[in-house]
Design a protein around this ligand. Structure first.
Ligand code: SF4
Ligand code: SF4
Ligand code: FES
Length: 530
């Protein structure tokens, strides 16, 4: 634990961290391009030069370990002069692209020029070295060689993280350029990360380019729900529209990265196929209803079934797409409230992609939560067999798409034999087609809740955008159904539901929304549901 001085302030830091990180502890920014905490040190951009007393020359902070007794200056005239000189050098051949560059607003060349340079170029426009612009180098990535400052973050990522090595540095001197190796495309499963780490507008994301100016976007911390890893993300949104997902650092889950499939999954949370209003099937077909009417229909059918056929006539199936809060309330409604049977569904395609890094073959965000919260539930095959035989009169499906795992024949059979199918879901699909009551609930980008990832880490999702007007968060829809059935009070928010869950389930007892924070917490050791 060395103690050193940076700009006159004393700081004690962990062993082995560099001067950029040590300065961060004091809130001091040392500008840098090539340094990235998730990659090896290259030390090529020289933007991080600082003065260390007793060292005759300026030193690069990224490759200097914070040492006991060091006295470091990051703001003196010598350092400022060096920074301005480095920026002038980096900008010699840089194109005048800022007005049309989609990196504007998150470009470190723009930011550092304004903070540390501000001088006019001494280099004539016509003397700039021309390179390739707007080259489509992969399904997700566009390359502009002229904007590149040759920091090699991208090549190091492709060598050290994915091990795929599609990009390299070619030529010499001011003709140096980043390019694809012959006959290669940048098409690995994590390619989008290179656009995140490129500090300038040389590598941009084709899916996001020119769709929004980044300074208008708000960010909400969340987690990806496309597989069981639960990579931490920020949801970038504006005026109720989600524009992109970007990875958020969590050393216990995804470090700094996410896969392309998860990155593009933002498209599924809004758009086509959304269920937008409660709908009830009557003799004339489907009819739009208010929430109160639709709930009254559900409760009436449940009461009829219980009165005529007894407790076994009501059943529910919840999938590992549901949040812990929803699973908890659904279980309370089905088993404690109605004495019915509960089935748990965690299904992924047999040919689901996976690797030994982040991508998991389990394509559900909450299989561990489902296991933890639904012990003692009815075997799903048995429950479905009973339903096919006509023993189930009311079947509630919570985010449970039965079409993919069981096929259309099973759905048709359920549609025939079950008196009333109630579907609580986000999108219309084959399962929704057999519904007698459709209750539209929020996507994970529109609701507060928690998931448990494959390593037993409880992580929060947050309402980043409001759900459409007639769509309710799942926890609210279920709480209102519970209130109708049992007369219980409706919790004020998802956090209150989580508190009840934590009081009921031992593995969660030490947890609350505030304790989960932005990085999540593990369940009690040994109780992660595996
Ligand atoms: S393309 Fe971007 S990340 Fe790659 S070397 Fe150039 S500036 Fe760095
Ligand atoms: S690895 Fe899984 S959780 Fe991570 S971004 Fe990809 S799909 Fe999402
Ligand atoms: S960040 Fe230190 S040399 Fe580039």
């Amino acid at each position: 634990m060395p103690t050193l001085q940076i700009d006159g302030q004393s700081v004690t830091v962990e062993d082995g961290i560099n001067l950029i990180q040590a300065a961060e502890r004091l809130g001091i920014e040392i500008p840098h391009y090539c340094y990235h905490p998730g990659l090896s040190i290259a030390g090529n951009c020289r933007m991080c030069l600082v003065e260390i007393e007793k060292s005759p020359k300026l030193q690069i902070a990224c490759n200097t370990i914070a040492g006991e007794g060091a006295v470091v200056h990051t703001q003196n005239a010598r350092v400022k002069h060096a920074r301005a000189a480095v920026l002038e050098f980096l900008l010699i051949n840089h194109p005048i692209d800022c007005p049309i560059c989609d990196q504007a607003g998150e470009c470190k060349l723009q930011d550092y020029y304004m903070d540390y340079d501000g001088q006019e170029s001494r280099f004539a426009l016509e003397d700039k070295v021309r390179k390739h612009k707007a080259r489509d180098i992969g399904p997700l990535i566009m390359l502009d060689q002229e904007r590149c400052i040759l920091c090699t973050r991208c090549t190091r990522f492709l060598e050290e993280v994915t091990g795929t090595g599609e990009l390299g540095v070619f030529e010499r001197g001011d003709h140096c350029a980043i390019d694809l190796f012959p006959d290669r495309r940048l098409d690995n499963r994590y390619s989008g990360n290179v656009a995140d780490i490129c500090p300038v507008g040389a590598l941009t994301n084709k899916d996001f380019r020119f769709r929004a100016r980044v300074w208008y976007l708000d960010h909400t911390p969340s987690v990806c729900t496309t597989c069981a890893t639960g990579c931490n993300i920020d949801i970038h949104h504006r005026r109720g529209e989600v524009f992109r997902f970007r990875p958020r650092h969590n050393p216990d889950v995804n470090q700094y990265w996410m896969c392309d499939e998860g990155r593009l999954s933002y498209k599924r949370v809004q758009g086509e196929g959304r269920l937008l209003q409660p709908v009830v099937r009557d003799s004339g077909g489907w009819a739009v209803r208010t929430w109160a009417d639709a709930r009254a229909q559900v409760v009436g059918r449940i009461r009829d079934a219980l009165a005529t056929h007894g407790p076994g006539s009501v059943a529910g199936i919840v999938s590992a797409q549901a949040t812990n809060e929803e699973i908890f309330l659904f279980d309370r409604l089905l088993r404690a409230g109605l004495g019915g049977a509960l089935g748990a569904l965690s299904w992924s395609p047999a040919d689901a992609t996976f690797d030994d890094f982040l991508i998991d073959a389990d394509k559900n965000p909450n299989s561990a939560g489902l296991r933890t919260l639904t012990s003692g539930t009815t075997d799903l095959a048995t429950l479905l067999a009973q339903a096919r035989e006509g023993a189930v009169r009311v079947l509630l499906l919570l985010r449970a798409d039965l079409a993919a795992p069981f096929g259309s024949e099973m759905l048709d059979a359920l549609g025939e034999t079950v008196g009333c199918v109630v579907v609580l879901d986000t999108h219309f699909g084959a399962t929704a087609e057999i519904a007698d009551v459709l209750l539209p609930i929020a996507t994970f980008a529109e609701t507060d809740g928690t998931f448990i990832n494959r390593a037993g880490r409880v992580q929060r999702v947050r309402e980043s955008v409001p759900p459409p007007a007639q769509v309710r968060p799942g926890w609210q829809a279920l709480s209102e159904l519970l209130a109708d059935v049992r007369g219980s009070a409706v919790p004020i928010d998802a956090s209150a539901v989580f508190s009840e869950l934590a009081a009921d389930h031992v593995p969660f007892r030490h947890l609350s929304y505030s304790r989960l924070g932005e990085q999540g917490q593990r369940l009690d050791p040994g109780t992660d549901g595996r």
